[in-house]
Design a protein. Structure first.
Length: 86
């Protein structure tokens, strides 16, 4: 039903460097999304340096989380935490 978005640009290059959005849907569901290109890391370095990836999804029955390095699939793990914190 409602969407609010924001984007910030680099003063030096004009590139989009930060994004955020809040989306309100029918039935009371709300999504909040954000991202940035300002994290440390550089894929063209030798050796390449990965960036941190963080995904968190919250719901009435708990949360699903993943935090890791985008260049190393073994660096993080997917975790479910139920409503009781387990």
């Amino acid at each position: 039903d409602k969407v609010y978005c924001s984007m910030r640009h680099s003063e030096k290059t004009g590139a989009d460097v930060a994004h955020s959005a809040t989306i309100e849907c029918n039935g009371g569901v709300t999504f909040s999304l954000s991202g940035t290109s300002l994290l440390p890391g550089y894929e063209h370095a030798d050796p390449p340096i990965g960036k941190q990836l963080s995904i968190r999804i919250f719901g009435t029955n708990g949360a699903l989380t993943y935090i890791g390095n985008d260049r190393d699939p073994r660096s993080g793990h997917l975790e479910f935490i139920d409503g009781n914190g387990k």
